[in-house]
Ligand binder design. Structure first.
Ligand SMILES: [Fe+2]
Ligand SMILES: [Fe+2]
Length: 209
């Protein structure tokens, strides 16, 4: 189902806000009660870059959920993911604040990844709800695995970043389950492989840029 003009305007507005305005969290930030720690310059830079990758992933998540909302045929599916999309905004807020605390900056490539993810989300949506949901489920599962890798890579004493990623991982796995419950189709292996490849390009480039 092609999106209507009013939906496009609402989603365009969300996109501009994702890229330009600071995100806000309804839940408390997962690291709010954890004191900051001593990090060497190299550790701080490394942690900020890892969190930049995660922030970039959340920018992509915004675009994917927007693509889902624009193209879902079943209104129940359109509404089911409002909460998940809201949690993705919270993930943006948590990672953004932590990047700044670590003295880093968000990725210069965010507009590029946002646009690409929106195009992918809309394309998946146009193929039908079960493929759209299948794509969301696979994305969330890949993101959860990637967050687990980053939990291992972060400096051990950076408990603040770790608390953020641990809560994000819990949320992403819940989003994947939700997509499965709403009828996600398992994706063909070559599509999963292509998704892994593009996420590798995204993670490598946003570590540096
Ligand atoms: Fe997320
Ligand atoms: Fe998610």
């Amino acid at each position: 189902m092609l999106p209507k003009l009013d939906q496009l305007i609402v989603e365009f507005d969300k996109g501009v806000r994702t890229l330009l305005a600071p995100a806000h969290s309804r839940r408390p930030h997962p690291d709010q009660d954890i004191p900051d720690c001593e990090l060497s310059d190299a550790e701080r830079k490394h942690a900020a870059r890892l969190m930049r990758i995660n922030h970039c992933g959340e920018v992509c998540a915004q675009a994917l959920y927007q693509g889902q909302a624009l193209t879902a045929r079943d209104p129940a599916n359109q509404h089911a993911f409002t909460e998940a999309a809201f949690e993705e905004i919270e993930h943006l807020a948590w990672t953004e604040r932590r990047i700044h605390e670590l003295g880093g900056r968000t990725s210069l490539l965010n507009p590029l990844w946002y646009t690409g993810s929106l195009a992918i989300g809309i394309t998946a949506g146009l193929l039908g709800d079960k493929w759209n949901l299948g794509f969301l489920s696979e994305t969330e599962q890949q993101v959860a695995r990637h967050l687990e890798e980053h939990l291992q890579k972060l400096p051990e004493q950076d408990q603040k970043s770790q608390a953020i990623l641990a809560q994000m991982k819990t949320d992403e796995l819940h989003h994947a389950e939700q997509a499965d419950e709403h009828g996600a189709a398992p994706l063909p292996a070559p599509v999963k492989a292509l998704m892994k490849l593009s996420s590798k390009v995204m993670t490598r480039s946003s570590y540096w840029l």
